[in-house]
Design a protein around this ligand. Structure first.
Ligand code: BGC
Ligand code: BGC
Length: 451
């Protein structure tokens, strides 16, 4: 049963969400439009024409949602702040009602004994900034730092640790390279200036947060990359993919340099985006914790057609989630050990800031999710026992929510079921399982692995 996980004392148990996926209320209290509002209105962009206009209506129902978190016994709650609520035009005039919402949310969380862990950017860029080039425009990084200062000045007296960006890899590749997410650009590798500008935004905001004596994390989507065969061609393809998905977003922050991108055909200055001094702006502020979002490993083969220098292939003989993602829990342990091996002393303490799986609505009693979470927590505990400094685990997600291009009903990641017609919340079997796990961990004597 639950208490078998041998995790360090002080380990923080949490759950995660993101603004556009749960808040709704997109036109209320002065919020400006975001790229996701625009993208959802594009015919065919989101499955069944769904949008985040109402989502879980969390903007109004947050007290009920915090009661659900309290029922779980969470230590921490990771949510994101919607930039277009705070600055409807992305820059310039602050919207007091937008800031007031996060002020109320933070107070209600603290009242419930839950530490707020805000993410400043989870993909909902103000449309006004997109109209000026979005993340392809260097100025957006400076606007982000200004926005970070405004939010930190309002909440920093009660919120000790902050995440700057969520998954710049996914945002760059889906949003700017492939166009399956907002803002729907299809630039392929020429999307990578958007990655550099996000990293620059992270660095500038990290300085802003450190000036205010706040802790800074960055949440990266990382995946262990395995070659499909022992051939030299597959190994080269795997290395190229690893540079793109993992090292491009972690090396500049932890090591102050970009990985070798030549195998991708990308110039060293990323199409002119990298200027003198930028890597210092990204690296020098340092990182107090690395946020790790993990869903699945990746298998890569040499390309069979011209175009990309790699081809993604499936994992045979493993279970797959409702999304079709391979379930390989030990890959999380390998990833954590790999981070320690690659970055050594440059690796700050790690917090798992997302991990979870989608399960189809009809699945009863939610056993695939319990199996997924339990096996991944096992992998976390084994990596901790092997010496990786891991401070906490935030499951994705508290609630079923707006799953981006997949819309509302199909990919259900929540511990709590949401009926999107009535907004009724119903805890699933995984909710009870997680609650019991947290309670069992709390009453255990402190473990020998330290804290
Ligand atoms: C400005 C930005 C500008 C940057 C140029 C900053 O001081 O606020 O708007 O993009 O300098 O590197
Ligand atoms: C994102 C979440 C998303 C989850 C499941 C992560 O990439 O940060 O917003 O819902 O994966 O797809």
């Amino acid at each position: 049963m639950p208490d078998r996980y041998d995790l360090p004392s002080g380990f923080r148990w949490g759950a995660a969400t993101a603004a556009y996926q749960i808040e709704g209320a997109v036109d209320e209290d002065g919020r400006g439009p975001s790229v996701w509002d625009t993208f959802c209105a594009r015919p065919g962009a989101v499955r069944d024409g769904h949008t985040g206009a109402v989502a879980c209506d969390h903007y109004h129902r947050y007290p009920e949602d915090i009661a659900l978190m309290k029922g779980l016994g969470l230590d921490g709650y990771r949510f994101s702040v919607a930039w277009p609520r705070v600055l409807p035009a992305g820059a310039g005039a602050v919207n007091p009602a937008g800031l007031a919402f996060y002020d109320r949310l933070v107070d209600a969380l603290l009242e419930a004994g839950i530490t707020p862990l805000p993410t400043l950017f989870h993909w909902d860029l103000p449309q006004a900034l997109e109209d000026r080039g979005g993340w392809l425009d260097r100025d957006t990084a400076y606007r982000f730092a200004e926005y970070a200062a405004i939010v930190a000045d309002r909440l920093g007296d009660r919120v000790p640790a902050w995440i700057t960006l969520n998954e710049p890899f996914v945002h760059t590749v889906y949003g700017y390279a492939l166009g399956t997410h907002a803002p729907g650009r299809t630039l392929m590798f020429e999307a990578l200036p958007a990655a550099h500008h996000q990293l620059l935004a992270h660095g500038l905001a990290a300085s802003v947060l450190h000036e205010r004596r706040l802790e800074v994390m960055l949440s990266n989507n990382l995946t262990p990359v395995e070659p499909a065969s022992p051939s030299a061609e597959d190994a080269a393809a795997a290395a190229a993919y690893d540079a793109l998905h993992n090292r491009l977003f972690t090396d500049p922050v932890l090591l102050g340099r970009y990985p070798d991108l030549r195998a991708l055909g990308v110039p060293d200055d990323i199409y002119g985006a990298v200027r003198d001094g930028d890597l210092d702006l990204i690296h020098a502020p340092g990182l107090d914790g690395l946020g790790l979002n993990f869903y699945n490993p990746t298998r890569v083969a040499a390309p069979t057609a011209p175009g990309l220098p790699f081809e993604l292939v499936d994992f045979p003989d493993v279970p797959h989630t409702a999304f079709g993602w391979p379930v390989v829990p030990d890959a999380l342990r390998q990833l954590l050990l790999g981070l320690r091996d690659v970055y050594g002393k440059a690796l700050p303490p790690v917090t798992i800031t997302e991990n979870g799986c989608s399960v189809t609505e009809s699945t009863d009693p939610d056993q695939p999710r319990i199996d997924y979470l339990s096996a991944h927590l096992d992998a976390v505990a084994r990596a901790a026992a092997e010496g990786v400094d891991i401070r906490g685990y935030y499951t994705w997600s508290l609630l079923d929510n707006f799953e981006w291009a997949e819309g509302l009903f199909r990919q259900r990641f929540g511990l709590v079921h949401v009926d999107f017609a009535t907004q009724k919340r119903t805890p699933k079997a995984s909710y009870a399982w997680y609650r019991d796990l947290i309670a069992a961990h709390r009453i255990r004597p402190a473990s020998a692995t330290g804290g």
